[in-house]
Design a protein around this ligand. Structure first.
Ligand SMILES: NC(=O)c1ccc[n+]([C@@H]2O[C@H](COP(=O)([O-])OP(=O)(O)OC[C@H]3O[C@@H](n4cnc5c(N)ncnc54)[C@H](OP(=O)(O)O)[C@@H]3O)[C@@H](O)[C@H]2O)c1
Length: 332
């Protein structure tokens, strides 16, 4: 195929710091992989903010185009599973980490990373969900697999206004659970209620509690997106046989806690890593998200932005100010 020029957000080091700007690139410089995809939509994730600002644990070489999410149309394929014109989703693996990502109008990826767009979802809707929605859905599936049932008690979502948290609130509520949303942004209470939260509390009500090994039970399950001290406090307030699914390290990578919630209340702590989710699991969950698990409020929590606005949105993530999902429109 003839090479093509395209637009991409490029992060690079300048004067000792990292800056991002929209540049014209050529598809001939993309890695030689099985499938070339014209990206229609991407979405902004916490990890993208790390990649865009020089976090070596995520991206090793710059200049680089971040974007761990992409939804688009197959332009060319060397793999029989995909043909020109197919609508597809790619999330995580190495996309947007060390393989140029979804903040470019083209990506070139191995066929093994690609999920065919399920019936019931548009490309745009798939990126309103994106990695953050997939992460919340993986966590909620793990909780349901442990036989946590609706109407047996409240469920908690921490970091509730964030991208993972917002989707967690919406999906839990869509599935019939009574959701407590814990947030540092009480001015976003109406937003969280519009997603289906039954109750909105300040995150300090969860985290700033006595240091006793166990406290009164407040929820049967929790999706924790924050980690650290928050996760410890969540575990100590989870009821008998409760389940906590965790995915985030907003408060750092250390977890200091105690054993009693596990051995005296039988609670389970489930880890989520959407980046290494196996392909059959991804396909199953994307298909659920296109059908029974598609929240009615999907359109409530995204803001559509062009590439050029991404540097501003990345700063909001860094300051913990992001609310809801940022959908990135790649084609004009
Ligand atoms: N394991 C995985 O597969 C996976 C996948 C996706 C994301 N993640 C991780 O999950 C976490 C959340 O991701 P995201 O995309 O939802 O990020 P995000 O949109 O930036 O949301 C993070 C939220 O955390 C809360 N927060 C910020 N600073 C805080 C503080 N000092 N104390 C307590 N809470 C604070 C805020 O919510 P409130 O103001 O509402 O409290 C914020 O909106 C990140 O650590 C990310 O790396 C993991």
């Amino acid at each position: 195929m003839k090479s093509k020029m395209y637009k991409a957000l490029v992060a690079e080091e300048k004067n000792g710091g990292f800056v991002q700007s929209v540049k014209d690139l050529n598809t001939k410089n993309l890695p030689e992989n099985d499938v070339l995809i014209q990206v229609q939509y991407s979405s902004l994730n916490y990890k993208d903010a790390l990649s865009a600002t020089g976090h070596q644990g995520v991206t090793k070489k710059y200049p680089f185009t971040p974007g761990i999410d992409a939804a688009g149309i197959v332009e060319t394929s060397k793999d029989d599973r995909f043909k020109t014109g197919d609508k597809v989703i790619v999330t995580s693996y190495d996309l947007g980490m060390n393989t140029p990502g979804g903040f470019g109008q083209y990506i070139s990826v191995p066929a093994d990373w690609i999920v065919p767009l399920p019936n019931g979802l548009t490309l745009k809707e798939s990126m309103m969900i994106g990695t953050s929605g997939l992460t919340a859905a993986i966590g909620i599936e793990k909780i349901l697999d442990q036989h946590v049932k609706q109407k047996c008690g409240d469920v908690l979502v921490t970091g509730a206004t964030g991208a993972v948290g917002s989707f967690g609130v919406a999906l839990f509520s869509h599935l019939g659970f009574d959701v407590i949303a814990a947030t540092g942004k009480m001015d976003q209470a109406d937003y969280l209620k519009s997603l289906g939260a039954a109750k909105v509390i300040h995150r300090n009500e969860v985290a700033e509690v006595e240091s006793k090994p166990m406290l009164s039970s407040k929820w049967v399950a929790a999706l924790d997106t924050v980690g650290g001290k928050m996760l410890d406090a969540v575990l100590r307030q989870t009821s008998h046989n409760g389940v906590v699914a965790c995915c985030g390290n907003v408060l750092g990578h250390k977890l200091q806690t105690n054993i009693y919630p596990f051995i005296l209340r039988g609670i389970s702590l489930m880890g989520i890593d959407s980046g290494i989710a196996l392909m059959p699991d991804r396909v199953r969950i994307w298909n659920k998200l296109a059908a029974d698990w598609k929240p009615d409020v999907l359109k409530e929590f995204f803001r559509e932005v062009p590439l050029i606005h991404l540097p501003k949105e990345i700063k909001r993530i860094q300051k913990g100010e992001q609310a809801g999902k940022v959908l990135v429109k790649l084609q004009s």
